[in-house]
Design a protein around this ligand. Structure first.
Ligand SMILES: [Zn+2]
Length: 283
């Protein structure tokens, strides 16, 4: 992917360094937090108090480094985010709507999101409450080293997938799925979650097409790289967080094959009306 020297988004909030080390946060987050919440509930406590006490130790928004990112990795993220902004502004304009850009928070190890405390170990996520994408750049190393799906376009796909969840939020799709949660069984809800995930892959494909056809920055092998990432990052690696405090989700993201199929469909059609994973009979 040709990305150097291109426009960088102003919407990156670099929290790295403000959260790293120093033993500022006692809990490890993730599973640790969940266990603690369960213990609190068993002991009759109010879990919100737990989160409040964690929040007190976390930096205020004022401490974000809102300067333009300086290192290569964060510059790359800012360029890809700018690409998603351009693509979605164009698509929303075609629909007669206005696209509202999300923020993207870079963090190290742990962060306090609008959806609660989160640890880098659970992977990138989008929080609909504060309309922010959260990414610990360590995930990209894992993508490369453990999942064998590295490369700049693979990383760009991950960002575009999370921005896809933001698009679903703006279009009211996430809300509709959330509303169904109370009315359906757990397994039916899991099915809806899979469809939501596959649609985010489709939307990442729509972004890839725009970036390829309009900007001419996609190089040979890039699309395959994204599909390799879509296929490697199955199940619960890319976490979609629902409302409320962060609890690792147990639903799946669909099979690798399904993820690749919907990404490819978005890439090949570029047509948002082709991405209705909710009425598709075959995923
Ligand atoms: Zn997702």
């Amino acid at each position: 992917m040709l990305w150097q020297g291109r426009r960088e988004s102003d919407n990156v909030e670099d929290e790295r360094g403000s959260g790293g080390g120093g033993g500022r946060i006692v809990l490890g987050g993730g599973i640790g937090t969940v266990i603690l919440v369960v213990l609190y509930l068993l002991l009759g406590g109010n879990p919100q108090a737990l989160f409040n006490s964690q929040q007190a130790q976390l930096p205020q928004n004022a401490q974000y480094d809102n300067q333009a990112p300086h290192d290569e990795a964060s510059k790359f993220v800012a360029v890809v985010l700018a690409d998603t902004e351009d693509a979605w502004h164009a698509v929303f304009r075609q629909m007669g709507r206005e696209y509202e850009e999300p923020k993207l928070v870079l963090f190290t190890d742990q962060t306090q999101s609008g959806c609660g405390f989160a640890s880098g170990a659970t992977g990138p996520f989008y929080c609909p409450e504060d309309r922010r994408v959260y990414i610990d750049l360590g995930f990209f190393n894992e993508l490369q080293q453990r999942l064998g799906a590295g490369g700049d376009f693979a990383e760009a796909y991950v960002i575009a997938h999370e921005v896809g969840h933001h698009v679903q939020n703006l279009l009211g799709i996430s809300d509709r799925v959330q509303a169904m949660r109370r009315r359906v069984s757990e397994s039916e809800y899991n099915q809806l979650s899979v469809r939501l995930e596959l649609q985010a892959d489709f939307l990442a494909g729509v972004w890839a097409r725009y970036t390829d056809r309009v900007k001419h920055v996609v190089e040979a092998g890039d699309i395959e790289e994204a599909m390799r990432a879509a296929s490697a990052v199955g199940d619960d690696r890319l976490q979609y967080r629902s409302r409320g405090y962060v609890v690792p989700d147990s639903f799946t993201h669909g099979t690798s094959e399904q993820r690749v199929r919907w990404f490819r469909r978005g890439y090949e059609t570029g047509d948002i009306s082709q991405g209705d994973t909710f009425s598709a009979r075959d995923l």
